[in-house]
Design a binder for this molecule. Structure first.
Ligand code: PMP
Length: 427
């Protein structure tokens, strides 16, 4: 019995499912989750002392690699001044200005403690601003676990087969309309029927919670146009894609400007941070300037701000960093594709900036939710466990993307591709 096995048995006695977030429990792949003791650079080390090349990166935040010296030192320095004051601090201004300088569509920004809080607050703001109740989202997109957003959701909700969670009143969920990602016609149809009642569209500008599915040409532009035509707010949920797909997120990469943006993950550098921001005219509807209420005891926490700011500073100071990340992702997905082709295993890959995904399917390209869910899950599970055994840690679900970090070396990628050759051969 491994130490992780022992810890998992013990954890289940006092923590539901043994985990504090469902997809960590390995339901998507079966077996025992790794209990991690420490991480450094591209590697994580488990309770049994095994080393893994990590492509999860704490589900996105660790774009610089684990335990980055500048982030660690900035965080420790902040700790020495006290953990929390519940007052305004200068570092919050620095953070807000940094975000504005990187994401030009954001005039004003409010810090929160998670991606869920960011999207929940942005939705409330869009409803308060427009005076409308309905919202539109896409099947397979995940925007955190706020009630109105757990309708046909992706990520862990999809992995566990509960995209519409019990516990959400039907009267409430009925205001959430869902259509097909990458299908602008389905959006236009709904707007033609009830567009005047729709407060906002919320979208992952690159879907990362039904595996990795980039937007097809014209999709994001089409959403912008529909929102303009009907006076609805366009929210890009860049919790995953922000500072990830490009320095300025997916909106910079695809050159479509949303009204509001939600951020998380990278923005906290591994600390619990989220943010929502956008046009000043809309953001000024938030309390205390406006009537839409939103608050947080620990929001803008000085230690969390220090870690996030150090991360964003590293990202914006190193002009070589993003091109290097893109090149590494390209090498990895091309290597995986070639290895699968050679082994005769049907596979296709997607990538967007430093995000990537691979699908066990005969399809040439995956652009839709129904294609992602139709993939060969048995192949995925067997591939997953073979990779894990060989020291490569991928997201333990076929409905999550992968993340490259600045710490992954060419050797790490080569080792990963070699492991994949073995794994494909064993299918
Ligand atoms: N939006 C997106 C696009 C996400 O990927 C996630 C989390 N994976 C969230 C929102 C929710 O963020 P959190 O888990 O920090 O609440």
């Amino acid at each position: 019995m491994s130490r992780s096995d022992e810890l998992f048995s013990q954890a289940q006695l006092s923590i539901p499912g043994g985990v504090n977030s469902p997809v960590r429990a390995f339901n998507g792949v079966g077996g025992t989750p790794l209990f991690i003791e420490r991480a450094d650079g591209a590697y994580m080390f488990d309770a049994d002392g095994q080393r893994y090349i990590d492509y999860v990166g704490s589900w996105g935040p660790m774009i610089l690699g684990h335990n980055h010296a500048a982030v660690r030192e900035a965080t420790i320095a902040a700790v020495q001044n006290g953990l929390s004051f519940g007052t305004p601090t200068a570092v919050e201004i620095t953070m807000a200005e940094k975000i504005r300088s990187i994401v030009p569509s954001i005039d004003k920004v409010r810090m929160v403690n998670s991606g869920t809080e960011a999207t929940m607050s942005a939705i409330r703001l869009a409803r308060g601003y427009t005076g409308r109740d309905k919202i539109l989202k896409f099947e397979g997109c995940y925007h955190g676990h706020a009630d109105s957003l757990l309708v046909k959701a992706g990520s862990g909700a999809l992995t566990l087969g509960v995209p519409n969670s019990p516990g959400i009143p039907e009267d409430y969920a009925k205001h959430t309309l869902t259509v097909t990602y990458n299908d602008i016609e389905s959006v236009r149809q709904v707007f033609a029927e009830v567009g005047e009642q729709i407060a906002c569209i919320i979208v992952e500008p690159v879907a990362g919670n039904m595996n990795c599915i980039p937007p097809v040409d014209g999709f994001l532009q089409g959403l912008r146009k529909v929102c303009d035509d009907y006076g609805s707010v366009l929210i890009f949920d860049e919790v995953m894609t922000g500072f990830r797909v490009s320095p300025g997120g997916a909106q910079a990469h695809y050159q479509v400007t949303p009204d509001l943006t939600t951020l998380g993950k990278v923005i906290g550098g591994g600390m619990p941070v989220g943010a929502f921001g956008g046009k000043a005219e809309i953001m000024d509807h938030i309390a205390p300037n406006g009537p839409v209420y939103q608050a947080g005891t620990l929001s803008g926490n000085p230690v969390a701000m220090a870690a996030g700011l150090a991360t964003l500073t590293q990202l914006s100071d190193d002009t070589e960093l993003y091109p290097r990340l893109y090149a590494r992702v390209e090498t990895l997905v091309n290597g995986l594709q070639a290895a699968a082709d050679e082994a005769g295993v049907p596979l296709t890959t997607n990538r967007a900036g430093s995000m990537f995904g691979f699908f066990f399917t005969d399809a040439k390209q995956v652009t839709r939710f129904d294609q992602a869910t139709a993939c060969n899950m048995e192949h995925f599970r067997r591939f997953y466990h073979s990779m894990l055994k060989q020291g490569v840690y991928l997201a333990p679900s076929a409905f999550e993307g992968g993340f490259m970090s600045a710490a992954h070396s060419e050797q790490d990628i080569a080792d990963t591709i070699n492991a994949a050759k073995q794994a494909f051969a064993s299918l």
